[in-house]
Design a protein around this ligand. Sequence first.
Ligand code: ADP
Ligand code: ADP
Length: 224
Amino acid sequence: MSLELNGISVRYGAVAAVSEVGLTVGDGEVVALLGPSGCGKSTLLRAVAGLEVPSAGVVSWDGVDLAGTPVHRRGFGLVFQDGQLFPHRDVAGNVAFGLRMQRVEREARRKRVDELLELVGLGGYQRRKVTELSGGEQQRVALARALAPRPRLLLLDEPLSALDRALRESLAVDLARVLREAGATALVVTHDHDEAFTLADRVAVMSAGRIRQVGPPAQVWRSP
Ligand code: ADP
Ligand code: ADP
């Protein structure tokens, strides 16, 4: 149950956005990709998701090359910076989306939706309109929606960046707890040191398209 990246490079014309990246994310592990804006974090995450085709290298799951596998067949859950919820569906409708796709029957869907809303601290929000929720609440819904179909890997791209500083700090602690309780295997992109160190079992520090060091938070050098 692991994600393996071998020699991943992604080019946009003359720009080498990601260069020769190797990384493994093991079962139940949370790994953060940390680095400044423009260093290639999102591009790498998108290559893992199948939203970007690497110009070289292999993305594999348990030794199976995912090159021919489209986004929706990878069994991965995605959470983006701005949640990207379905505005015309209520909270339960958003969280249940992936379960409907899996044809999970109604009672089981309802039970799973209730469970997940409790997990993310939104018990009782089932019938609320997502457009009337705060940014932090919307990100919790996006997280519950991504977790609902029990993805084998969760990909989070700056999940807290759209929120203000104080909220980010408290939500990072919540997010760390939710990932642990869900037993999630996750790759999280962030430019925020504190967030990476709060969330991750291991931090991969990136600059200019490359991973420069990887290790547990305590071992990774804390640059200013
Ligand atoms: P980060 O997520 O670390 O901020 P990105 O992965 O978004 O970095 O970007 C890495 C590099 O690739 C940057 O130089 C960026 O300008 C470039 N880039 C990203 N997406 C595109 C694109 N669709 N077309 C051309 N260049 C891109
Ligand atoms: P439907 O109720 O027709 O299945 P909805 O989009 O209204 O579709 O609901 C989305 C999901 O939320 C459904 O899968 C359902 O199981 C669940 N759900 C519906 N109503 C409630 C409710 N009052 N409390 C909790 N979950 C609900």
